[in-house]
Write a protein that binds this ligand. Structure first.
Ligand code: GLU
Length: 412
């Protein structure tokens, strides 16, 4: 990695962007560092009477363009370094799609699959109890991320509203019945579809019948599979934490979804052969879509990737080293801050609806999401064509410049 202040993947990409933009090292350091980092200890009494203490984090990276915004992750491997990097990534994402929000990320190092519903609810409410002064509609607005969902957001909303009065705009990604938005749940997957369609249109590529491998079948992976399937693409492999399934002729997504609903995993779906998660990444395909956790393509396996194009539906699935190897191999990468921005764009729409106390139809949401992402893809592709740079470099340059301009306009 290129500098001593570089701690993770986006830092390195951001340094590259700053260098290409001719910014001084001090500007890079300023843009990189978060304005506030919160570390909490959360004791929880388990159902069996034992007590466990979890670490909870919220990193508020940047609010010069609007309130801090970003997901809350429940995963046993969550660390402050990850959360810090993901918070910075959110600032870049909101800047790239040009919505008036900053960047933040939170996490609790728990394994939600091993907690009961009651334990999850207690933990979430306890988190709000400790953090409520630092979140809010005009301050910091959490949303779902890996291991959290609309239910977790409803608990946050409820606990927060007990203190401040009914405040749906304190979180996005809520259930529709408590003020959530139409189209929010599928928004990241729909966004992947829109970005891919616009990219293909700009490059004169046909998507129909092209093979797709998707790692992950959670909120992002499952909706991405469905939407790309509807666009006529051939989904040949999908996976979840238990493993993957592969059929080069194309999976029947209705069967996969039904199996997943019934057994909680895609593994065992009829008409497909099993494949493990690391082999799945190395399958030959037109589009490889990592849609689960970060750093799954790194310096050790990037050389074995046999996809034409990698689309980062997850946050930061390709490391800096992995990215260099893919680039040298001529594999295009559509970066996370563009590919998965549909989620936060519809979060923004949800926030606007809550503030206006008015709701928009699904049709309005989809039209506005389409428009937002079309503009972003167009800007990135125009820079790629003009500078002959990678999509990542173009996206990071546009986002970093917007961040810097807002930061400096706000003053010190
Ligand atoms: N967790 C999602 C992301 O990483 C959504 C964030 C949000 O909507 O605030 O983009």
């Amino acid at each position: 990695m290129p500098s001593c202040s570089i701690k993770n993947t986006h830092d390195a990409f951001m340094l590259r962007a700053c260098t290409q933009l001719g910014y001084e090292q001090s500007t890079f350091e300023l843009l990189l560092r978060a304005s506030r980092e919160i570390h909490l200890e959360l004791p929880l009494r388990r159902d069996d009477g034992s007590i466990v203490v979890y670490n909870a984090y919220r990193v508020q990276h940047h609010n010069a363009r609007g309130p801090y915004k970003g997901g809350l992750r429940y995963h046993p491997d969550v660390t402050i370094e990850d959360v810090r990097g993901l918070a910075c990534l959110m600032s870049l994402k909101t800047a790239l799609v040009d919505i008036p929000l900053g960047g933040a990320k939170g996490g609790i190092d728990c394994d939600p699959s091993s907690l009961s519903e009651r334990e999850l609810e207690m933990l979430t409410r306890k988190f709000v109890d400790k953090i409520h002064r630092n979140i809010g509609s005009n301050l910091d607005i959490p949303a779902p991320d890996v291991g959290t969902n609309a239910q977790v957001m409803a608990w946050i909303q409820d606990e927060y509203s007990k203190i401040y009065g009914y405040t749906p705009s304190v979180v996005t990604g809520k259930p529709i019945v408590t003020g959530g938005s139409q189209g929010r749940e599928e928004a990241t997957g729909r966004g992947v579809g829109i970005v891919l369609r616009e990219y293909a249109r700009r490059c004169g590529k046909l998507l129909d019948g092209k093979s797709v491998v998707i790692q992950g079948f959670g909120n992002v992976g499952s909706h991405t599979a469905r939407i790309l399937g509807q666009m006529g693409m051939r989904i040949v492999a999908v996976s979840d934490i238990r493993g993957g399934i592969y059929n080069p002729a194309g999976l029947d997504l209705r069967d996969v979804e039904a199996h997943h609903r019934k057994y909680g995993t895609v593994v065992g779906t009829d008409g497909a052969e099993p494949v493990d998660n690391s082999t799945l990444l190395e399958l030959e395909c037109d589009y490889l879509i990592p849609a689960a956790l970060g750093s799954v393509i790194d310096g050790t396996n990037a050389g074995r990737i046999r996809a034409g194009i990698v689309v980062e539906a997850a946050n930061s699935p390709v490391t800096y080293d992995g990215s260099r190897i893919l680039e040298e191999a001529g594999i295009t990468v559509i970066p996370d801050i563009l590919a998965n921005a549909g989620g936060v764009v519809v979060s923004y729409f949800e926030w606007v609806q809550n503030i206006q106390q008015f709701s928009w139809s699904l049709e309005v949401i989809q039209r506005r999401l389409n428009r937002k992402l079309q503009v972003a893809v167009d800007e990135v592709c125009t820079l790629v064509d003009a500078e002959r740079c990678s999509y990542r470099d173009a996206a990071y340059r546009i986002a970093t410049r917007r961040l810097k301009e807002a930061f400096f306009a706000a003053g010190f």
